[in-house]
Every structure is written in structure tokens, then in C-alpha cells.
Design a protein around this ligand. Structure first.
Ligand SMILES: Cc1cc2nc3c(=O)[nH]c(=O)nc-3n(C[C@H](O)[C@H](O)[C@H](O)COP(=O)(O)O)c2cc1C
Ligand code: SF4
Length: 418
């Protein structure tokens, strides 16, 4: 009815968005929403009016946009976050190179920054909001100075791609047989599968960039002498922190990465998770799929405090639906087979019966690689990503970009001559 009234009043076009800030999650949807979920709105309106109708909302892939138009569900599509993630989305779609589109992962950090009064930025696209600053200066031919990137997670892969875009030879060492680092398990919790697409995108770009990729091989002193790199970018990630709690027993006490590698073995169990930050809560969400009963113990009085608020709200709703018990302002003081002693901030203690204890209490940087680098090569080391201090995908990529930019500037104008 409203659409017809708008048409009658002289509207030239109707853009079918959904919701306002006050209506909750619909207007800038978190990752739990499916791609293209709003299209039915445009389709229904288009059946009634004769003016053009625009559809949009989580259109991430050119094929989906194409299909909406081909099936006459809308006359146009709009893109919001997809263009923040990749300003060249339309050009890539136009030339039929959909695989080259850098996919939005629906983390909502863009709108999160906006809410915090900061300028716009994007997790997967370091150039978003920095278009004037992050101008890629090509070396102007192939540089003779090689850079070694140690680590094939998001920071290392992005750094290598950024180096190659500047004409700098890059060789990437990854000690495991696969690329991706923490992206491999970050994509596992419910609704995080778009991270897998982003990982695939990075791997594709890495190989297309011409980076020499060496898998299953650690970079160390020996490789330093044989390669003699001009620069080293250390992107060796971080390791999960083990809590120092009396009774920790690896038979039934696991760290977060252990769970994602062997998680399917935890089912139909009573599980206590130490740490109610975003990692602990997403782990609970993941384990709910395997019919576990879950208790989260968090020292703060807030759960998932470090998450963007729309995705946080959707996650907390799922945890509530899964009857996850939240024990805030509490900590685990002792673990025994079959039970855990927890204590709240008032000093009240309680024994809770559990079968598994899982820890999601953070990550610590570094794995000793720096010490293995001979002194001659240490002047030109950049430490990026979690190796510099655990942060997130956004920081990892930005630091990779900045390291490549800094190396490119030094090659063009060596520090000694400045
Ligand atoms: C950073 C950002 C700012 C937005 N600001 C507005 C706004 O001011 N008014 C509005 O109606 N929608 C706004 N939106 C919502 C978008 O118009 C769009 O409906 C939504 O992001 C879903 O489309 P997408 O998946 O293509 O991003 C904003 C979205 C983002 C990501
Ligand atoms: S910040 Fe996240 S949600 Fe926003 S455009 Fe980038 S990837 Fe998408």
C-alpha cells in the first residue's frame, strides 16, 4: 500500500532496505543472516508498482546480483558493505572475474567503528577509509631485494600480496602444510563460514601474486644464510595461553585450538569453558551444535565484551536459546576429574560437575623465531599480526600492508641515504 502511495506521489524509484536502527538487527545484519535474505521484499513490491525497484542487503557475490536481475526480482541491486570490502567489486564483476572479489565477512566492524565515532574502516580491506594514504607505489620493475615472510596466516599472506603489488620479490614460509593460520579455525563456529571464503580469496591472491610459497618448512637461521633476504616480515602468529589452575589435566582439559581440531569428539557432554570473551562464547556456540551442555565462567561482569554489538547480540541470543549457563564475575580455582571448583567475586565457592574443561583465555605472541635470526639480518625485521601482539584479522592485514609499504619506501630510498 505504501509503495503504491509513494508511486502515486511521484517517487521515481523504490529502494527496498529493511529496518531502522531501533528495529534491531535487520538494518545492518550480523553474520547470522543469509546472503540476499531481503530480496523477497523487493520482489513483492515490484509486483505491485511500475517504477523501478532496487533490492539489496548482503549481496556479496556478482552471481547473486546477476540472478536477482535475471529473475526479474528487482530492476537494480545496491551494495553496501561489499563495496567497503572491495571497491573494485563492480569492475571485477563486469570483467567476469568474480573469484577476485574480496568478500565481506559480515563482521560489522565497519559500522562498529562508525558507532564509536571513528572513521570508516573494513576488516578485510586495509585501504577502506585510507584511500588517500595507502597508495600503492610500485617499485618500477622487479626489485632485486627479496623479502622473506615467515608465516602463512592472514598477516603473512596479505603482506606477501602487498609486497608483490609493489614489485618486490617475496617468499613465504609456512611451517604447517596448509596456509591460513588461525583463519582455519576462526571459520568453524556457526555463521563464521564467510571467513573460509576470505581465506580462499587470500590463498588465491597469494599464488596469483607470484609469491614463492614454501609449505611445511619453518624459516630460521639456516634459511636466513641461504636466502640472505633484504627484509624479513615475521608473521608467525600466536599460541593459546594455558591457564595456570591447580589440577589442569590434558586428558580432559583442552585449549581452544585443540577443540577446533578435534572438536567433533566432544558431544553429549557437560562442558565448562573458562573465559567468556568472544572466543569462549563462539566456542560455546560451536559446541551447542554437538548437543553439549555448557557453562561459561568469566571473571568480568560482561560476556563477549570484545565483540561488535550486533553480532554479539545475535550470539548471546543463540547461547540463551541453547541454555548456556553464564557464571560472570567468577573464576575457576581448582580442577578435579569430574568437577571444577569455582569462586565468585564475593568469595562464594561452588563445585560444578563437568566432563570437559576448555580454556579460551587468550593468546600470547611469539614462538622464538626472532632469537634464531642472526644479528646481521635483524635490522630489517618487521613483526606483524598476532606475532606482534594478539589482535585480530583487521590489525593483521593492516600491519601486513604497512610493512610492505615501509619496505617499498626503503627500497626506493634506502634509510642510510635519507
Ligand atoms: C557503515 C554503514 C553505514 C550505514 N548507514 C546507513 C544509514 O545511514 N541509513 C540507512 O538507511 N542505512 C544505512 N546502512 C545500511 C545499508 O544501507 C544497508 O541496508 C545494509 O548495510 C545492508 O546492505 P549490505 O549488506 O550491502 O551492506 C549502513 C550500513 C553500513 C555498513
Ligand atoms: S568491516 Fe566487516 S562487515 Fe564491514 S565491510 Fe568489512 S568485512 Fe564487511
Amino acid at each position: 500500500k505504501i509503495a503504491l502511495m509513494l508511486q502515486e506521489c511521484g517517487a521515481d524509484l523504490i529502494n527496498c532496505s529493511a529496518g531502522i536502527y531501533e528495529t534491531g538487527l535487520n538494518c545492518i545484519e550480523p553474520a547470522s543472516y543469509a546472503d540476499g535474505w531481503r530480496i523477497y521484499l523487493a520482489e513483492a513490491i515490484r509486483e505491485k508498482v511500475s517504477i523501478p525497484v532496487v533490492a539489496g542487503g548482503i549481496i556479496r557475490k556478482p552471481a547473486m546480483a546477476e540472478k536477482i536481475i535475471a529473475e526479474q526480482k528487482a530492476d537494480f541491486v545496491f551494495l553496501g558493505r561489499s563495496l567497503l570490502a572491495d571497491s573494485q567489486w563492480v569492475n571485477k564483476a563486469w570483467r567476469g572475474d568474480s573469484e577476485a572479489v574480496r568478500p565481506c565477512i559480515l563482521c560489522n566492524n565497519c559500522i562498529g567503528s562508525h558507532y564509536q565515532g571513528r572513521s570508516i574502516s573494513c576488516t578485510v580491506n586495509p585501504a577502506a577509509g585510507r584511500e588517500g594514504d595507502l597508495i600503492v607505489r610500485h617499485y618500477g620493475g622487479e626489485s632485486l631485494v627479496e623479502t622473506v615472510v615467515a608465516g602463512g596466516g592472514p598477516a603473512g599472506m596479505h603482506a606477501a600480496i602487498a609486497l608483490r603489488r609493489r614489485g618486490i620479490p617475496a617468499v613465504l614460509y609456512e611451517r604447517s602444510p596448509v596456509l591460513g593460520g588461525m583463519l582455519n579455525w576462526a571459520a568453524l563456529p556457526p555463521h563464521k563460514e564467510r571467513i573460509q571464503e576470505f581465506k580462499d580469496y587470500l590463498i588465491r591472491e597469494l599464488y596469483l601474486s607470484g609469491t614463492e610459497v614454501i609449505l611445511g618448512h619453518s624459516f630460521g637461521e639456516e634459511e636466513c644464510w641461504s636466502r640472505r633476504p633484504g627484509y624479513i616480515i615475521m608473521a608467525t602468529g600466536s599460541a593459546a595461553t594455558k591457564p595456570s589452575i591447580e589440577g589442569w589435566d590434558e586428558q580432559f582439559c583442552w585449549l581452544l585450538p585443540d577443540v577446533y581440531q578435534q572438536g567433533r569428539q566432544i558431544s553429549d557432554s557437560r562442558v565448562l569453558i573458562i573465559g567468556g570473551g568472544s572466543n569462549g562464547c563462539e566456542l560455546a556456540d560451536y559446541l551447542l551444535s554437538y548437543n553439549n551442555q555448557i557453562i561459561i565462567v568469566e571473571e568480568k561482569d560482561i560476556i563477549a565484551h570484545n565483540m561488535e554489538r550486533k553480532n554479539r547480540r545475535a550470539l548471546l541470543e543463540r547461547l540463551a536459546k541453547g541454555q548456556v549457563v553464564l557464571r560472570k564475575k567468577s573464576r575457576v580455582v581448582k580442577i578435579e576429574p569430574g568437577q571444577v571448583l569455582i569462586q565468585d567475586s564475593q568469595g562464594n565457592a561452588e563445585n560444578i560437575g563437568v566432563e570437559m574443561v576448555l580454556a579460551a583465555v587468550g593468546f600470547a605472541a611469539g614462538d622464538g623465531l626472532l632469537e634464531s635470526i642472526p644479528a646481521q639480518f635483524r635490522h630489517h625485521i618487521h613483526i606483524i599480526g598476532d606475532a606482534a601482539g594478539p589482535a585480530g584479522i583487521k590489525e593483521a592485514l593492516l600491519q601486513g600492508e604497512m610493512a610492505a609499504d615501509s619496505i617499498a619506501r626503503q627500497i626506493q630510498c634506502p634509510i642510510e641515504k635519507r
